[in-house]
Design a protein around this ligand. Structure first.
Ligand code: UDP
Length: 237
C-alpha cells in the first residue's frame, strides 16, 4: 500500500459539462457519468473540491447584452451554478459519495453557506465539497470562484474540465492548424491572451502558485487518465 499523502484538488467544470448533447440545461445522464469519474478519483484517495459553472443555464453577459442590468443578470448566473451544484450533489450521493454544497450566497434552506474552516473539515472527513455561486459577487466568473477556493483550500492543483483538450495558440474550432501546448506559463497565457480563464482568475492562480491543468471532460474516463498524468492536457504553471 502506498502511504503517499492524499492530493487535494479542485475540479472546475464548465456548466456545459452538465449539458451533454443538449443545447441547454442539465442532462442527468451526463451529470451521473461525470459523478462516476469524481467518485473514481475519490476512491483513489484524492480530496476533492468541485466548482461547476452556470453557462448551460444562464450567463450574466448574455442577459446584459439583451438589456438587463449586468449585476442582476450575474446574480441569475450565480443561481444557475447552485442548480448545477445540487444536480451534481444528487448524482454523487446516488453513488454513495458524501457531499456538501456550500454557496457563496447564503441560502440556508438549500445548502450550507461558504465557511472556509467548515469546508476544510468536510474535506478531512472525506466529503466532496461543491462550491456554488462563484465568489458571490457580480462581474466575476466561476473560474475566479474556482481559483479563489483552490487557494483557500490549499489545493495542489486546479483541474479545469472543458470541451477542449488543452490550451491552443489559436481557437482549434476556427483554426485547424492551431497547436496545443503541453505546458505554458501563466504570463504567456496572460500576455498572449490565450483562452484558459479570465485574467483575474489566472492572476489569482499565478500569485498563489496553483497550477491549472486544462483537459477535456467530455471524453469518458479522461479525468482518471489526466490525474495519472497520462491523458491529453495542458498544464499552466
Ligand atoms: N457569476 C458571477 N459571479 C461569480 C460567478 C458567476 O456573477 O462569482 C455569474 C456570471 O453571470 C456568469 C454565470 O454566473 O456568467 C455563470 O458562470 P460562468 O459563466 O463562470 O459559468 P461557465 O462558463 O463555467 O459555465
Amino acid at each position: 500500500m502506498s502511504s503517499a499523502p492524499a492530493k487535494r484538488i479542485l475540479l472546475k467544470l464548465s456548466g456545459e459539462a452538465a449539458m451533454g448533447d443538449q443545447s441547454f440545461g442539465i442532462d442527468p445522464a451526463t451529470v451521473a457519468r461525470v459523478a462516476g469519474e469524481v467518485k473514481q478519483a475519490k476512491d483513489q484517495g484524492y480530496e476533492l473540491c468541485l466548482v461547476i459553472g452556470g453557462g448551460n443555464i444562464f450567463r450574466g453577459m448574455a442577459g446584459a447584452a439583451k438589456g438587463m442590468d449586468r449585476a442582476n443578470a450575474d446574480y441569475m448566473g450565480m443561481l444557475a451554478t447552485v442548480m448545477n451544484a445540487l444536480a451534481m450533489q444528487d448524482a454523487l450521493e446516488h453513488l454513495g459519495v458524501a457531499t456538501r454544497v456550500q454557496s457563496a450566497i447564503p441560502m440556508s434552506s438549500i445548502c450550507e453557506p461558504y465557511i472556509r474552516r467548515r469546508a476544510l473539515r468536510h474535506l478531512e472527513k472525506g466529503r466532496v465539497v461543491i462550491f456554488a455561486a462563484g465568489v458571490g459577487s457580480p462581474y466575476f466568473t466561476t473560474d475566479s470562484g474556482a481559483a479563489l477556493r483552490a487557494a483557500e483550500m490549499d489545493c495542489d492543483a486546479l483541474y479545469k474540465g472543458t470541451s477542449v483538450d488543452g490550451v491552443y495558440n489559436a481557437d482549434p474550432k476556427l483554426v485547424p492548424a492551431a497547436k496545443r501546448f503541453d505546458a505554458v506559463s501563466y504570463d504567456q497565457v496572460l500576455n498572449q491572451n490565450l483562452k484558459v480563464m479570465d485574467a483575474s482568475a489566472l492572476a489569482l492562480c499565478r500569485d498563489n502558485n496553483v497550477p491549472i491543468i486544462v483537459f477535456n471532460i467530455r471524453e469518458q474516463g479522461n479525468l482518471a487518465k489526466v490525474l495519472a498524468g497520462q491523458g491529453v492536457s495542458t498544464i499552466v504553471n
